[in-house]
Design a binder for this molecule. Structure first.
Ligand code: MSP
Length: 636
């Protein structure tokens, strides 16, 4: 059997964070699991490098788009091994083979008549890099970016997505596993109740050059999704690579709910138009939040996976992410939650079981796997529980229910710990007459540990490796072979156990990370002048030029003016300038605003940002720019 598993290719306008890491750990764990099942597996991830956002990010960083994408793509590529993620292929949309494939596909679909040229006026959201329909707006704004989309009229190429709507509905209805969990399948089916509009797939080069040129019209480049989705084909050598033959029919994509529509609607219809079968499965997960809050750069709460691994250990991070999120639903990250999992599930439950068992075997059985005697009821129950665990684990892993697969393993860990308490090997060891019984108990314990090591491997590869080493085990073989009860050979030596997991102390971790920061050379320089901030800190500020289009006094306040500021969408900002300016003085002025402040209520008015002003003695002068510029222009 073959397996082809992919993650989204991540935009290089941001560095790898917890959300990217989760999707990629899921795909890695699944690929390791399928390999363990004996499958021939291909696991692909990569980076999405074209589009307006990337050009903007490069400009902000003061480098060329190519320099910029090379740098950030490398950050992604290098983050994955730190988390023991081992993709077979890392694809970049700037790879020449990808560019060629996208152009071939555009030509093919154009020749088949499913791409046409037309004029279009629509509401374009820069954040989404696509036109939105009226229905998608909430309070006239893009619900994801909370910005008012711009009305744009231009000529473009369109893909006749609508031609394949009925086919897609039938396909989803006939294949319950095509989109899972079910809530997302239902979401797509409900969206498909309305007629599908054709998809705009180009951008004029006058607006965007950082993209793949159309093969039949070099005045246009491809629209971001038509370029990006095709990576799943390029990476396996479409159209005539042997790997394409082998893997396409079993393709499984893992994504979060943010990109459901492109994957569940654009992509299958594009494939149909190319004359290809759709992918086999789409697995959709929810969002990681930070506690209860959305993770976002502007809120400054982005969690970096490489730093998490340095604090908690790689396996603790992998375990936590796979255990704490019910695949499909949102979940909240806090350092406290990772530490709690590590101390309870890993150090206490598994770590203790492992070290107690091996220490006792060393002490009371000469450090060798003993020959078991006849099992009693309690022994057979443990063996049955182990067999049931393997079956449940397989069912849940196949189903992408990682948290349930882990629960099944930990049920066995709990049982084995109780088995020790009930059988009390240290008591048996007191009387040589019990040696047969003691050997049977040890055999059952060690055999349970062996099975746990086998199934834990896709989730925590390093831990499994340590367990295999201590148990002196051969790890070659498929899950079916390795998971047979009774494979452990009497007489084999077990090694003195290394501790699997340290207990973590959150306070201690915080102190250590403060110390590490304080002793780093950059920090020493910085701390000599605590007024200095780093460029990265400065970059967190979103400074914009805003035009004041209306102003009024805030009731019952001598100090505050309520301003309506266009930047480019209109927002309310409350400014403490009423003692210096009358409302009519400020209307029409262009000022500099901080656009990404958390909203605050001042005298009952919600203020979305802050206006910069200079204080000179008693005077207060509003900031501004020397020439009139477009409202919303970035100040850098
Ligand atoms: N480039 C497109 C994808 C093209 S695929 C043909 C893109 N890139 S992205 O960098 O924005 O990545 C989105 C994906 O990152 C999500 O679908 C998910 O896999 C992951 N996540 C980003 N933020 C996340 C959370 N807060 N939580 C969980 N996963 C998240 O969209």
């Amino acid at each position: 059997m073959n397996t082809y598993i992919t993650t989204p290719i991540f935009y290089v306008n941001a560095q790898p964070h917890l959300g990217h890491a989760y999707t990629t750990i899921v795909a890695d764990a699944y690929s390791r699991y399928k390999r363990l099942c004996g499958n021939d597996v291909r696991f692909q991830t990569g980076t999405d490098e074209h589009g307006e956002k990337i050009v903007q990010a490069a400009q902000d960083a003061g480098v060329s788009p190519k320099e910029y994408v090379d740098k950030i793509s490398t950050l992604f590529r290098e983050a994955w091994p730190v988390l023991t993620i081992k993709p077979d292929n890392f694809i970049r949309t700037t790879d020449s083979s990808h560019v060629r494939t996208v152009q071939d596909i555009l030509q093919k679909v154009y020749d088949r008549g499913d791409i046409y040229f037309d004029e279009y006026t629509g509401l374009y959201c820069k954040g989404c890099e696509r036109f939105l329909t009226e229905k998608e707006l909430v309070d006239d704004k893009c619900p994801d970016h909370l910005t008012v989309p711009e009305e744009i009229c231009e000529q473009n190429y369109f893909f006749r997505m609508g031609n394949y709507q009925q086919w897609l509905i039938d396909h989803i209805q006939n294949n319950p596993e095509f989109i899972t969990p079910e809530r997302y399948r239902n979401e797509v089916l409900s969206f498909l109740k309305e007629p599908l509009e054709d998809l705009c797939i180009s951008r004029p080069t006058s607006r965007l050059t950082w993209g793949i040129p159309f093969p039949f019209d070099d005045r246009f480049v491809t629209y971001v999704w038509f370029d990006a989705l095709i990576n799943y084909l390029t990476g396996i050598g479409y159209p005539d690579g042997a790997e394409f033959e082998k893997y396409w029919q079993v393709a499984e994509h893992v994504i979060a709910k943010d990109i459901l529509k492109p994957h569940a609607i654009y992509w299958p219809t594009m494939l149909k138009a190319m004359g290809l079968e759709p992918y086999a499965k789409l697995h959709v997960h929810g969002y990681w939040k930070i506690g209860e809050t959305k993770m976002s750069k502007s809120l400054g709460n982005v969690v970096r996976p490489v730093e998490m691994a340095a604090s908690f250990g790689v396996d603790a991070v992998r375990y936590f992410l796979l255990r704490d999120m019910s695949f499909g639903l949102d979940s909240g990250y806090t350092p406290e939650a990772v530490v709690a999992r590590q101390n309870a599930d890993l150090a206490n439950d598994l770590g203790n079981l492992f070290s107690r068992s091996l220490t006792m075997v060393k002490k009371f059985a000469g450090g060798k796997v003993p020959e078991p005697g006849d099992p009693q009821g309690i022994d057979s129950q443990l063996a049955d529980a182990a067999r049931e665990m393997v079956a449940a684990y397989q069912r849940e892993m196949d189903d992408f229910s990682f948290h349930k697969a882990i629960q099944a393993i930990w049920d066995l860990v709990g049982r084995a710990n109780k088995y020790i308490v009930v059988t009390a090997p240290w008591e048996l060891a007191k009387d040589p007459k019990n040696s047969d019984r003691l050997n049977t108990v040890f055999y059952h314990l060690l055999e349970s540990l062996r099975l746990i090591a086998v199934v834990v491997q896709p989730i925590m590869p390093d831990t499994a490796e340590k367990m295999f080493d201590a148990l002196g085990l051969d790890r070659e073989g498929t899950l079916e072979e390795l998971a047979q009860w009774g494979k452990l050979q009497p007489g084999m030596e077990v090694k003195r156990p290394a501790s699997l997991f340290p207990r973590l102390d959150l306070e201690e971790l915080k102190k250590q990370s403060e110390k590490a920061v304080a002793s780093s050379p950059e920090k020493t320089e910085e701390s000599e002048d605590s007024e200095l901030i780093s460029f990265d800190d400065f970059k967190k500020l979103d400074l914009r030029v805003g035009e004041i289009v209306a102003a009024e006094k805030v009731k019952k306040s001598d100090r505050l003016l309520k301003l309506t500021v266009k930047a480019p969408e209109e927002r309310t900002i409350v400014a403490g300038v009423a003692e210096h300016y009358q409302p009519e003085d400020v209307v029409g002025k262009q000022v500099i605003i901080v656009a990404n402040l958390k909203p605050v209520k001042l005298m009952g008015v919600l203020s979305h940002g802050l206006v910069l002003a200079a204080r000179d003695g008693d005077r207060l002068m509003l900031s501004g720019v020397s020439e009139i510029v477009a409202p919303g222009s970035r100040v850098s």
